[in-house]
Design a protein around this ligand. Structure first.
Ligand code: SF4
Length: 465
């Protein structure tokens, strides 16, 4: 596919609206509490019986953080009491014992620790958790494995980074956000540039295959000059991937964000300029735009998978492992097994209590309908490859695209007029000018954004800018 990107502030302003990020379709807003552990267990056993050789992906949620970052919208528990990690690991082990038998000897090719702050765990706990996982599941040992961890540069030193590589991680992502001390103070996340860059260098020396850095634009006190310097410093150390997220100020949903002074937030015009500067600097430095907030070097697996048409979108963003069943472990974690989604309890006491009764902690989820599966494929194709072939969809799902999506095709007309996409007799192709607005196009195919569902979703999603 064409990986070029054209930036147009006018088009972004015109199409600025709230919408899902489509790390799943349907999104978690559609999950239902009628979906219980019993349903999950049956689906997991059936999926393993039907596809015994299909690879597995494991997601571990480590919810603890030492301090609070005001912009944060993640599910976390802020505590300085590190003794809370030990019982959490014991319960994770109980969960591993309940989950593993549902999946037989299927190989785990992808594993991710997210949070919260996974590096809240000390070195011994990190080793223990990986050992528990290896005892319960059949972990891929070869270089093909994609084992990643989110690290907080404030809670790691060189020794810890070396240990992470030793226990099997080969990819890491780290939050940087902005190196400007004034911005760091305004969001309550102080982390020195020198220490962060040193950790990146050391991760590379330790053998990490892929290093990803997260930045955020739209934070309080941000300005073009200092954010430009942050971008230059990051570009200098050439991480394989850079994610640049738009800060979505939604204090009605995330209490933590009430620590941010609204009068210090940049205007939407400044945000657009920050985004434009980001794109300019990263693309001039040789990074390719993958989609949504993600950029990568051309030799990175994400860029290669996109070129080859095998890129996939999942809860961690973009991935090269399309067909895995994903098992969510830990508080609030989300799984995708067979044609279902499921989510674990969000309250830590309830999570522990269910495991004390030897029960899985799934409390909601959904079984996808045929229509959900079809639309998920279309949204995935748009988000990953900016392209849909009607005949490919027709062959795969036994439909007539033109008929099935007659209304949706009509709704695409304004996008065509604005030069964001081309329609042919057999395809939808998003243009370089439309790539930053792909999720707007995807939303046309989202059945849950149709009027009868709208009341639950309108103020739950972030804006584009
Ligand atoms: S941004 Fe990360 S480290 Fe900060 S509060 Fe959120 S989860 Fe914790």
């Amino acid at each position: 596919m064409e990986q070029r990107l054209e930036f147009s502030a006018d088009l972004l302003k015109k199409y600025d609206q709230t919408g899902p990020r489509y790390t799943s379709y349907p999104t978690a807003l559609q999950f239902d509490t009628n979906f219980e552990q019993q349903t999950y267990s049956e689906i997991a056993k059936q999926a393993s019986a039907n596809h015994p050789n299909r690879a597995l992906s494991l997601y571990f949620h480590i919810p603890f953080c030492d301090t609070i970052c005001y912009y944060c919208g993640c599910s976390k528990i802020v505590t300085r009491d590190h003794s809370r990690a030990a019982p959490y690991l014991e319960y994770l082990n109980k969960e591993l014992q309940l989950q593993a038998p549902l999946f037989g000897k299927r190989k785990v090719t992808q594993l991710h620790w997210g949070g919260g702050t996974p590096t809240f765990l000390d070195n011994q706990q990190i080793t223990e958790l990986m050992e528990m996982t290896a005892a319960a599941f059949n972990l891929e040992q070869s270089d093909e494995r994609e084992f990643s961890i989110e690290i907080d540069p404030r809670s790691v030193d060189k020794e810890k980074v070396s240990l992470l590589a030793k226990v099997g991680f080969n990819r890491l992502s780290m939050g940087v956000q902005d190196f400007d001390p004034a911005v760091q103070k305004a969001v309550n996340r102080i982390q020195s540039k020198e220490e962060t860059l040193e950790i990146i260098e050391h991760a590379r020396l330790s053998g990490f295959k892929s290093i990803s850095v997260d930045l955020i634009y739209g934070l309080p006190k941000q300005n073009l000059a200092s954010f430009g310097q942050t971008l230059d410093s990051i570009i200098d150390v050439r991480p394989d991937r850079v994610a640049v997220y738009n800060y979505a100020h939604m204090p009605h949903l995330f209490k933590t964000q009430r620590g941010i002074h609204e009068d210090e937030l940049p205007s939407s015009d400044t945000k657009l300029k920050l985004l434009s500067l980001t794109i300019e600097k990263l693309t001039q430095a040789g990074y390719l735009y993958i989609g949504m907030d993600h950029f990568s070097l051309p030799e990175d697996e994400l860029a290669i998978a996109q070129k080859q048409g095998t890129l996939h979108r999942n809860f961690q963003g973009y991935s090269t492992h399309a067909e895995c069943d994903l098992i969510g472990l830990g508080l609030t974690s989300i799984g995708k097994v067979g044609n279902s989604y499921s989510q674990n309890k969000k309250d830590i006491e309830e999570y522990y209590a269910m495991l004390d009764q030897n029960q899985l902690t799934v409390f909601r989820g959904m079984k996808l309908t045929d229509d959900d599966i079809l639309r998920r494929h279309i949204i995935n194709e748009l988000m990953c490859h900016s392209y849909i072939s009607y005949s490919e969809v027709n062959d795969r799902y036994g439909i007539q695209f033109n008929q099935y999506f007659k209304d949706e095709l009509t709704q695409l007309e304004s996008f065509i007029e604005d030069g964001l996409l081309h329609l042919s007799d057999d395809s939808i192709q998003i243009t370089p000018a439309g790539r930053m607005l792909t999720r707007n196009v995807a939303m046309v195919f989202d059945a849950y954004l149709k009027p009868k569902h709208l009341e639950i979703s309108t103020n739950r999603y972030s804006r584009l800018i």
